[in-house]
Design a protein. Structure first.
Length: 278
């Protein structure tokens, strides 16, 4: 199964813009495209030396692609390597290799780090999510005959919770999970007047993108919950929420995503109750 990630999106953009870059930036582009592991593990000074450019050129290159600095771009490569390491033991070993200069944390330290990181992610969620977005999403859910939720891999738990919450509001909701390879059969149940909630984080599941593409062509309203302004889910959605979850030791939290779907469910419940009083 081929998946799209923030890294593949970045690499595609570098290739597309390559011919229009300056000579120095082309050198960096070539090195970045050909040396993933170097970008992950080497220092900025080492990368600049190997790419035969001054460190300031790396910063200019990162700025040209929307990053505040080259270390921010490096983080995309690091996160991708973590995502490709599906075994949790290997992921922890890789995390220690990447942060070998840091002192070993206790279990209590990790809990404190996660709690602080989640607190910051929740504050960012509240600050960056507008009342307009929330109202649009609630209206889509409230007006839908049926609500279909697609969330695979790490997104599956969020999809299942939203389905659970919607059932307790007496909504007709269904999780598209492809059980037994029945994606096509489940997709055929989505009709005009229904709504789709798609949840996917980098690397983005191709099945999710396929379903969004097909249902968008049918004119079905869609809500996307994802993690990047360049996420491919945004192209198909009527309303989108971009969430930056906390990450510790290569493990991404789901705290902000769960908070968002809880908010949508509660807001929908209040809206439905208000309508019954009119």
């Amino acid at each position: 199964m081929k998946e799209t990630s923030q890294l593949t999106n970045l690499q595609d953009e570098i290739r597309q813009r390559y011919d229009n870059l300056s000579k120095r930036l082309k050198q960096v582009a070539q090195y970045v495209l050909d040396n993933n592991n170097s970008i992950v593990f080497d220092t900025v000074a080492t990368i600049a030396e190997r790419a035969n450019v001054p460190p300031s050129t790396l910063i200019r290159f990162a700025n040209a692609f929307g990053f505040a600095g080259f270390n921010e771009m490096k983080q995309i490569f690091r996160e991708n390597l973590m995502e490709e390491t599906s075994n949790y033991t290997e992921r922890l070993q890789l995390s220690r290799r990447l942060d070998e200069h840091e002192q070993q944390e206790t279990s209590g330290d990790i809990l404190s780090i996660f709690a602080q990181a989640n607190s910051q992610a929740l504050q960012k969620l509240a600050a960056q999510t507008s009342e307009v977005q929330l109202k649009q999403a609630v209206d889509i859910l409230n007006n839908a005959n049926n609500i279909f939720i697609i969330g695979l891999k790490r997104s599956f738990s969020i999809a299942c919770y939203l389905d659970y919450a919607l059932h307790h509001l007496d909504c007709r909701s269904f999780v598209i999970n492809g059980l037994g390879g029945m994606f096509d059969e489940q997709l055929s149940q989505v009709k005009k007047g229904d709504a789709v909630v798609a949840i996917s984080f980098s690397p983005y599941a191709q099945e999710t993108l396929n379903i969004m593409n097909i249902t968008a062509q049918k004119g079905i309203k869609q809500i996307a919950i994802t993690d990047s302004q360049i996420s491919p889910l945004l192209a198909f959605s009527d309303v989108s929420f971009v969430i930056k979850e906390a990450q510790v030791k290569g493990f991404r939290s789901q705290c902000a995503s769960m908070t968002l779907v809880q908010t949508l469910a509660i807001a929908l419940g209040l809206e439905r109750e208000k309508n019954t009083l009119i």
